[in-house]
Write a new protein. Structure first.
Length: 293
């Protein structure tokens, strides 16, 4: 893969994705959105990757949208006014310049079959903050800051962030965070469960890698992918009984695979796992966050 705004490093199954515009505090651009979406889609079929860590180069994680670019900074065609009915199929190529740019990234993270960990090294503001809400864990350095500052600049939250935020911190904290529009310290973010860890900057990637290994090393990648999607899907279901249907579907697949392996005298899941590409034709589409274009 060749990228303009990112740097990839794959080491022992962990793909570290570094936002790589340090001179601009890793400000978000349409190109960065395209490259992040591509990354989170393509790793689904890459059996070398078992987990992803996202971090920033230099002193910032991501300072939000780059407002210095010409034209519509979100890459939108302002002559178009798509309705909700037009958004039924988000894969329609006619919507390419009519969708929420950050939402393309967070939906790709949400759909990803590999765990995604944010290792936040400095300020994460606007889309720099909301993109991490779709990830599975947020590890913040002592220098990190977290800002949902939309209310200060007269715009509404993007990137399906209201869907993810309420699930992380509850409706009361979500409302308070969005209306106050403050920039939080790492300790404040952890205190309301917006992030999970505060670590010294020198240990940020080490802790992220330890977490990725604890979740995925010597594990079945298929079981990891199923578990991740079940946690993300089941809370959106109307009744707990619906979760048993999803469990039955997944467990039957895994049981059948185990019997096939036993009959062939194959090794254990951990030492010889079914490739996660198996999921491309088996896993059911998870409920998607609503409210994003």
């Amino acid at each position: 893969m060749t990228f303009e705004t990112l740097r990839h490093n794959l080491d022992d199954g962990i793909l570290t994705v570094t936002l790589n515009r340090p001179d601009d505090l890793n400000a978000f651009t349409v190109t960065m959105a395209d490259e992040l979406e591509r990354t989170f889609r393509e790793v689904n079929d890459d059996d070398r990757v078992r987990a992803i860590i996202v971090t920033g180069e230099g002193r910032a994680f991501c300072a939000g949208m780059d407002l210095s670019v010409g034209g519509n900074v979100f890459g939108l065609d302002e002559s178009r006014q798509p309705s909700l009915a037009d958004m039924t199929d988000l894969n329609d190529p006619r919507l390419e310049r009519g969708r929420d740019t950050g939402g393309r990234v967070t939906l790709a993270v949400h759909d990803c079959r590999k765990p995604v960990i944010a290792a936040i090294n400095g300020p994460a503001v606007g889309i720099g903050a909301t993109m991490t809400l779709a990830m599975d864990r947020r590890i913040m350095s002592e220098k990190a800051r977290f800002g949902l500052v939309f209310g200060r600049i007269g715009i509404v939250p993007e990137a399906a962030s209201t869907w993810f935020l309420e699930r992380l911190v509850g409706p009361a904290f979500a409302m308070d965070l969005l209306l106050r529009a403050d920039i939080l310290t790492a300790d404040s973010a952890v205190s309301i469960r917006l992030a999970e860890d505060v670590v010294p900057e020198s240990n940020r990637l080490t802790v992220a890698r330890e977490t990725a290994d604890a979740w995925t090393k010597d594990r079945s990648p298929v079981a990891v992918a199923f578990a991740r999607q079940m946690v993300r899907c089941n809370g959106a279901l109307a009744h707990p009984v619906d979760t048993t249907r999803l469990f039955t579907r997944f467990s039957k697949i895994l049981t059948a695979l185990n019997w096939e392996r036993r009959e062939r005298n194959e090794a254990s899941w951990a030492s010889n796992p079914i490739p996660v590409t198996f999921l491309s034709t088996r896993i059911e589409q998870c409920h998607r966050p609503t409210g994003t274009l």
